[in-house]
Write a protein that binds this ligand. Sequence first.
Ligand SMILES: Cc1ncc(COP(=O)(O)O)c(C=O)c1O
Length: 331
Amino acid sequence: MHEANALDASTMAGMLAHLPTPLERAGRLGRALGLDPGRLWVKRDDSTGLATGGNKARKLEVLVADALARGCDVLVTSGGLQSNHARTTAAAAGRAGLGCVLAFNDHAPARIEGNQLLDRILGAECRYVGPLAMDDLNAVVERIADELRRAGRAPYAIPVGGSSALGASAYVGAADEIVADLGHEDLLVVTATGSGGTQAGLAARLGHERVLGVDVGALADPAAAVRALTVEVAALLGLPRPAGEPWLLRDQVGAGYGAPTAECRAAIRLAARSEGLLLDPVYSGKALAGLRAKAIVFLATGGVPALFTSRYEGWLTEEATRQVAHSGEHE
Ligand SMILES: Cc1ncc(COP(=O)(O)O)c(C=O)c1O
């Protein structure tokens, strides 16, 4: 093993994420969005606890257990410069006594801020592989894993966003928590969809018709990713094969992945001012901006470190000149 104090898979079970996460009523936010009283809940997966938390902690719980069971000694994954998945993987590696190599689809940043700063503090080896589509990053991870293998290491390759079938299967547990807390299954969960694993895990348990994914523009074809992953998760856990098609909203992307939109900013401010709830500019802000339905559990997925980056600084502090939420206009 990489370190003498590396934990084994059974010791790690339940040690990364703080679960179950709370399900909170969000009456003031619901009212502001025009929902009937008592209809809006927030599932606080921003409170999973691992190095500022977020949805990736659930996936890493099962992925790290698998890595340890296979005798691996280094986690390898990838993402955008402000990847929450990369940061959470670095934290999980430290907690499990494993090494961590992160590949970013960009040049080395001029400013080390937000998640990049946390990646460095957490001790990950950061590699900048130049501008690449998110869809091309898994091949880069496989190449790094091969290189590490040749150097005598035992790498565990994690796809973009932690969205292997195993990683995505962690969101079946989140759906179970929601159903148990609500006490019924008459619900709709709204989540941001990047690599698709979160939506797929929820849909494997609840069915596609009860999970709305708001695409953030990470993948060229998120519906294909969610469709395939949902089938794989269901097969992995022995659940019925899901009927129907993934439910995806694609009008909140704006100019691309991470691009600021007026709707997202309005949503971030609304959640902060009505509930003290911090959303992020890349994922959960866009998810709230896309929220439209009657009975809703909004999944707060974390990502708060990106709020502290210069890219969004001026945009977040500037007051919007007019109400643009849900107008369909992008900045
Ligand atoms: C804060 C946040 N929300 C939502 C998502 C989307 O999750 P998924 O990649 O499983 O679609 C991510 C993925 O990186 C994320 O970091």
